[in-house]
Ligand binder design. Sequence first.
Ligand code: ZN
Length: 438
Amino acid sequence: MEIHELKMSIDLNMAGQEMNKLIHKLYPICRSITGNGFRQTLRIVREYIPLTMHEIPTGTRVFDWTVPKEWNINDAYVKDSKGERKINFRESNLHVMGYSVPVQSRMSLSELKKHLHTLPDHPDWIPYRTSYYKEDWGFCLSHNKFRNLKEDTYEVFIDSTLEDGYLTYGEYFVKGQTTQEILLSCHACHPSLCNDNVAGIALTSLLGKYLSALSLRYSYRILFIPGTIGSITWLSLNEAIVSNIKHGLVVTCVGDPGMATYKRSRIGNAEIDIAAEHVLKHSGNSYKVVGFSPYGYDERQYCSPGFNLPVGCLQRTPHGEYPEYHTSADNFDFVKPEYLADSFSKYLSVLNILENNKSYLNTNPKCEPQLGKRGLYTTTGGKSHTVADQMALLWTLNLSDGRHTLLDIAKKSEICFDKIHEASRSLLKTGLLEEQGL
Ligand code: ZN
């Protein structure tokens, strides 16, 4: 099966439900940029795609960075003098600041407060905080709970380890007809947060599962990595094969109710940029396209000047632009199967363009060929062709001069790529177009 056939036949409702099911499995895990939560996540993803788990030792130099120590956590709490858990890691893994060093101590409320993080503007929500590169410890809690803490001597316990170990990442390679690759990259290092980033892991997993069953032009490299340090590590270890990457997308924030947003690659007008914008423009939904900036997710590394890869980011509401971002409110009230399904369909549409965006030659370029005698033109309505189909045929014939790809034709004609692609297939069948090579 080819990707355009999958696009036509897929039950998006079921795809949304399947991603939602996976999100429910992944959500409770306490992930971080290293450690057993990350490994457990990859083992669950393996139920969908047979990815390879890579383990890179602590201390490995990766460009200007060093693979950090591995962090794991079993339990953590703050107890009052009556022995009651006032802050309890078992209730939410967001309660502990990620990468907190082990602690066992007693302290006053004022001493404890130096290590507490809250969101006064959203007093019911727990913030998500980390301290990867500075050894520290902390607890996060709702502001309401914080205000109810009384003067007391508190017992603080964080049963964590921060030791030499490994940085883990997952990689899945799907072989296509060419060695040229499409990169799909998602970060998988956040704990119980739905949109950022469990939704991205789920969408990428399902996409990988479908892609592995298709007949593909490109090879696909799918990465599940810890944010920032993961892409830096992967690029550092795989510099020799980076030039195979012809297009790429960073997958994140794909399950919220906001409109689709595409962040361009640093190149700005790469094929991926034009394809993604085309899909959003013809989706019938509101959308936004924003220029590249050196902030955000792993596109920062893929688009660093020394690599400058054509990698964009296809998301819904960008990070930081929704109040639920990096808080306990990024949960199942916020992420819904229908939004996941909509994002999935947009990803399929973009990949469909990349897979089929070729240029052809019109074999009858001197004046228009007669379409009627080839069964491509119907003057009486109601048959198989609409006016849009006719226009797609005419545009495709006119611009198939070897200098325009199908996407160029779609853009120029303002007809959606699928119609132009369909026209090209009809014209190829009747011999009015011929392959020009890839
Ligand atoms: Zn994040």
